[in-house]
Design a protein around this ligand. Sequence first.
Ligand code: ADE
Length: 231
Amino acid sequence: MKTAIVSAMHEELGAVLALMPDERRQPVAGRDFYVGHLHGRDVVAVLSRIGKVAAATTATVLIERFGVDRIVFTGVAGGLRHGVERGHVVVADNFLQHDLDATPIFPRYEVPLYGRSRFDTDPALTHRLAGAVRKALPGTTLHRGLIASGDRFVSTTAESRALQLALPDALAVEMEGAAVAQVCHDYGVPFAAVRTISDRADDDATGDFLQFIRDVASRHTAAIVEAFLSA
Ligand code: ADE
């Protein structure tokens, strides 16, 4: 069983690599894949890179070249729904691309030729990931549900409000998850994703974003990944 740990930010990947005693770097498609062990389990750790296309390429290489059996994504996201606040954690049940619009040929958000707009994560893997979050970060508020992905860093209150109105059940917004979910759907590879909320996707979103990733998100990622692989 080979597990891919895909991180959105350098700081998070660094925290994962610090847990791997024997990783070897293998460059493919301009990306560095780190093959080794974590808690004695076969792991490939890699940066997703930012945006849907970059993340889809990373996921495809993980499956085609490295033969991973499952993909776990860790990163940060902007909180959308009321009550999803900075420092909370969201584990995704499904993903949607909020910037996909092939209307009037296809319904809004629907991925053409798939007949659907939402791609589910794997229920068993997601259950296990949520358990790892509870174990690793006791006392942290954990949400489960829909995450919206798009090729935009949402950093105005106006856009955040528009997304909340259009997608009232979306908990959070980020830039990669729906792409990885679609690739995993295509290949039948189980996928789970966890995001720490770094901002509220509003006019204050860019404030101390990088500081938050260094101080909080990378520690969350390391603790969650360790709990997940030791379970
Ligand atoms: N990742 C973290 N915060 C985000 C935001 N506000 N928009 C898109 N992706 C994000």
